[in-house]
Write a protein that binds this ligand. Structure first.
Ligand SMILES: NC(=O)c1ccc[n+]([C@@H]2O[C@H](COP(=O)([O-])OP(=O)(O)OC[C@H]3O[C@@H](n4cnc5c(N)ncnc54)[C@H](OP(=O)(O)O)[C@@H]3O)[C@@H](O)[C@H]2O)c1
Length: 257
C-alpha cells in the first residue's frame, strides 16, 4: 500500500516567506496547497516545488473576501483536512503622517492579518481536534511585542494573532493538535522593503523558512528570531511603557509631529 501523503496548506505562498516555506516543505510524499493572488508568483512556486518532488494544488483567491474564503474552507474540509496549516498571508500599512492611518486600509489590514487566520482556524481546528492530529501555524511579528508608532494597525494585528495562537494552543494541546506562533524580525521581502524605520538583522526568506520549519517540527509554542531583536522587542513589552515609548522614538520608529 502506498504511504499516505502529507497535506500542507500555506497561505501567502506567492510571497517571500510563504514561498520559501513552500520550498522548504517540498519533497516526495508531500502535497502542497499553495494560496496567493498573483498568478505568476504562484505558478513559479508550484514549478519549484514540483521539481523537488511535491504534488502541488494552487488556490488563487483573495482571503479578505469573506464569501470566497468560506466556500474555499468548506471545500477543503469536505475534500481533505490538511496535516499542517501555515498562515503567512499578510499586509502592512505605514504612516509618518501626523493624522495617522486612514480607516479603510486599516480595516482591510485587520481583516486580512487578524480575522482571516482566526476564521481559517475556526473552520479547521475543530476537525483537527476530532481527528486527534494536525498543526496550525500563525505568522505574527516581533511588532506584536510592542506597538510601533509608524504602523499601529499592523502592530495590533500581530499582537492579536499572537494572543489568539497562544490561546488556541492551550485548547488544542490535550487533543493532539499543535499550534505555533511565529514572530519574525525583518525578512527580505516586498513588505519589509516598504516598512519604515531602521531594519537591523535582516534575514533571507530561506533562512527564516529553515528556522520556522525546525520550530514546527519540535512543536514549539513560539518561534521568534533573530535573537537580539527578539530580546530587544520583548524588553519593550516588559519595561515601563513610558520608557519603551521613548526608546522606540529614539530608535527611529516614531511619527514626527
Ligand atoms: N518580511 C518581514 O520582515 C516580516 C516580518 C514579520 C512578519 N512578517 C509576516 O510574514 C508574513 C509574510 O510576509 P512577507 O514578508 O512574505 O510578505 P510578502 O512577500 O509581501 O507576501 C505577502 C503574501 O500575502 C498575500 N496576500 C496579501 N493580501 C492578500 C489577500 N487579500 N488575499 C490573499 N493573499 C494576500 C500575498 O499574495 P499576492 O502577492 O499573491 O497578492 C503574498 O503571498 C506576513 O504575515 C507578514 O506580516 C513579515
Amino acid at each position: 500500500m502506498p504511504a499516505k501523503r502529507r497535506l500542507i496548506l500555506i497561505t501567502g505562498a506567492s510571497g517571500a516567506i510563504g514561498g520559501a516555506l513552500a520550498d522548504a516543505y517540498a519533497e516526495p510524499g508531500v502535497e502542497l496547497i499553495l494560496q496567493g493572488r498573483d498568478p505568476i508568483a504562484l505558478k513559479m512556486a508550484a514549478h519549484r516545488c514540483t521539481l523537488r518532488g511535491a504534488q502541488v494544488t494552487l488556490s488563487r483567491l483573495d482571503l479578505a473576501q469573506p464569501g470566497a474564503l468560506t466556500s474555499w474552507l468548506d471545500s477543503m474540509v469536505d475534500e481533505q483536512l490538511p496535516n499542517l496549516v501555515i498562515l503567512a498571508a499578510g499586509i502592512n500599512l505605514n504612516t509618518r503622517a501626523a493624522e495617522g492611518e486612514d480607516p479603510e486600509p486599516s480595516q482591510h489590514l485587520l481583516a486580512l492579518n487578524l480575522l482571516t487566520p482566526i476564521r481559517i482556524a475556526q473552520a479547521l481546528a475543530p476537525r483537527m481536534k476530532a481527528r486527534g492530529s494536525g498543526h496550525l501555524v500563525f505568522i505574527s511579528s516581533l511588532a506584536g511585542w510592542y506597538g510601533l508608532p509608524v504602523t499601529p494597525s499592523y502592530s495590533a494585528s500581530k499582537a492579536g494573532i499572537k494572543a489568539y495562537g497562544e490561546a488556541l494552543r492551550g485548547w488544542l494541546a490535550p487533543h493532539g493538535v499543535g499550534v505555533s506562533v511565529v514572530m519574525p524580525g525583518y525578512v527580505k521581502s516586498p513588505m519589509a522593503d516598504g516598512m519604515l524605520g531602521p531594519k537591523p538583522w535582516v534575514w533571507s526568506p530561506q533562512r527564516a523558512a529553515r528556522v520556522i520549519r525546525q520550530g514546527i517540527q519540535c512543536n514549539k509554542a513560539r518561534i521568534s528570531f533573530p535573537f537580539p531583536l527578539n530580546l530587544g522587542s520583548w524588553c519593550l513589552a516588559v519595561m515601563p511603557a513610558a520608557l519603551s515609548q521613548r526608546v522606540v522614538s529614539w530608535l527611529g520608529y516614531g511619527v514626527k509631529p
